[in-house]
Design a protein. Structure first.
Length: 187
């Protein structure tokens, strides 16, 4: 069975280390899994129920929801902004949480990983993201974690895909997400 994992990156910067980590996930996806990196989070307006009306949902938000509905699982790449989740990722979670009770996460497996400059690799932001995703209807894989500290130094000259230790850790995360997702689909 092929598993489609939707990757969302909480940084809009083209050279973001979390974006590079997501690119590494695409490259190192295990057999039977496809990691799809979603583009366009910058174009999604802040969530507002007044514009979340059937027939007039902003195109970028509708595209995100369609991609999420087509996914079997999610892998969120979270930088840490002032100790918490970046607004762009929180906004995507908000859009995917609606309509209430029938959001696009729909009990699907969600893993949260990332890298940050600090010594803890963004764990505060990752914990906040897990909380938000769980409330939004995702099945948070609490035991699937990857926090890479010191991103500015560690990835100054090496792409995460070419860092043997990071690639191995990422392959393990992807194998776990694939395993959980395959079990959920088979059940």
């Amino acid at each position: 069975m092929s598993v489609r994992i939707l990757a969302l990156v909480g940084s809009l910067r083209a050279g973001s280390h979390n974006r590079q980590l997501a690119e590494a996930a695409v490259k190192h996806a295990p057999e039977g899994a496809q990691v799809v990196l979603h583009e366009g989070l910058a174009e999604i307006p802040f969530y507002n129920e007044d514009i979340d009306v059937e027939g007039s949902v902003p195109a970028a938000a509708a595209q995100l929801r369609e991609a999420a509905l087509a996914a079997d699982a999610f892998l969120l790449f979270v930088p840490e902004y002032n100790g918490t989740i970046p607004a762009v990722l929180k906004n995507a979670i908000d859009w995917l949480s609606r309509p209430y009770g029938a959001g696009a996460f729909g009990g699907k497996p969600v893993a949260v990983v990332g890298t940050a400059f600090g010594q803890f690799g963004g764990v505060w932001a990752q914990d906040e993201t897990r909380k938000a995703v769980g409330i939004a209807g995702g099945k948070v894989l609490e035991d699937v974690k990857l926090s890479i500290p010191g991103s500015v130094v560690r990835f100054a000259e090496t792409h995460p895909a070419d860092d043997a230790e990071v690639a191995a850790q990422l392959r393990e995360v992807l194998a776990q997400v694939h395993g959980y997702t395959s079990e959920a689909v088979a059940a």
